[in-house]
Design a protein around this ligand. Structure first.
Ligand code: SF4
Length: 331
């Protein structure tokens, strides 16, 4: 029998009751000492506020938090995901649509939060009726998030966590999230290391992102759980289609199909527009063309994906297209 949202209990509550959640937080805190939270392995001591590639120190930095209705329909529901937007990033995407948050270093100190404050934010979002807590770009603040989660659970939090990531995550760190995160929402941006370097300064992205997504799939991906039309546990892999096939959509989708199977929840996104430093790259310096998007959607059908969502493509000027579930399931 399918549980209702009221009956669904997020996995971390069991870990909290047993004391395991606190143990995971302590383990992850060790990752900060010579930071290896992401594959860059900067090895700086962030517990002493040393700064690595992501420009982040001891404290988590929260740029904003709010209910968000723009995610896929079974995540957004009617009241939205309670998104917590973390500052800074482990990558440097030239076209980042959140660049004011992810690559604007001066916001750091002013917006740093204690674990207690981060727990309060989670509870505030629950109080506003959100269906889940969305951690947006949390990779470099995982220890702080898990510590705060324990405090929030103590304070009555009972919403599932959505781990919304660029997928440049260290598998060793992700293993500590087993039973903590119920919903993984990774991007898979590139298949080609040269493109990952050119546009995101992350040459080893394809190999690490694929390994990270396989680990997420191992944890939650095999059998998604829905309740009252909302996704409560599972894996949704996002792919943003880039102009001139600079995200290697064919190779990327084939890898997803072969490695994760046809039943994986796939989300194909059309919302690219040239922002931030995209104008420096000739092949990215225009919106997506409807024809090139249609080719990708045709491939999705040919590959036999069974479930997922596509963003509608209203016009090249429509930069915030809605997700359509008219093709859910695909085909
Ligand atoms: S999380 Fe930041 S400091 Fe740590 S390894 Fe990654 S980029 Fe470097």
């Amino acid at each position: 029998m399918t549980a209702t949202t009221a009956e669904f209990e997020p996995s971390y509550l069991r870990l909290h009751r047993s004391g395991e959640l606190a143990r995971r937080a302590a383990e992850l805190d060790e990752f900060l000492a010579g930071c290896r939270l992401c594959p860059r392995d900067c090895a700086v001591d962030r517990r002493r506020d040393e700064i690595g590639f992501c420009r982040s120190g001891r404290r988590a930095i929260v740029s904003a938090h709010a209910p968000h209705l723009g995610e896929e329909p079974p995540l957004a529901g009617t009241r939205g995901v309670g998104n917590i937007f973390f500052a800074n990033c482990t990558m440097r995407c030239a076209y980042c649509q959140n660049h004011e948050i992810s690559q604007h270093w001066r916001q750091e100190r002013r917006l740093a939060v204690t674990p207690g404050r981060l727990a309060e934010i989670m509870l505030e979002l629950q109080g506003r009726g959100c269906h889940s807590i969305g951690l947006v770009s949390p990779t470099h603040f995982l220890p702080q998030v898990v510590e705060a989660l324990g405090l929030a659970a103590e304070g009555g939090l009972r919403l599932p966590l959505v781990y919304n990531t660029n997928a440049y995550d260290a598998v060793e760190a992700l293993r500590r999230l087993e039973g903590v995160v119920d919903i993984y929402l990774p991007d898979l941006k590139y298949a080609d290391p040269a493109a990952a370097w050119e546009y995101s300064r992350t040459r080893d992205y394809p190999q690490h992102a694929r390994a990270a997504i396989q680990e997420m799939h191992r944890q939650v991906g095999a059998r998604p759980v829905f309740a009252d039309g909302l996704l409560r546990r599972g894996l949704v892999v996002r792919h943003l289609v880039l102009p001139n096939d600079q995200g290697q959509s064919g190779e990327t989708l084939r890898w997803i199909r072969e490695e994760l199977g046809p039943a994986v929840l796939l989300s194909v996104m059309s919302q690219y527009y040239p922002t931030h430093r995209a104008h420096r790259h000739a092949l990215l310096n225009r919106p997506l063309d409807p024809g090139e998007y249609e080719l990708v959607l045709r491939l999705v059908e040919e590959l036999g994906f069974e479930e997922g969502w596509i963003q509608t493509f209203d016009s090249p000027d429509s930069y915030r297209p809605d997700f359509s579930d008219r093709r859910h399931p695909f085909g």
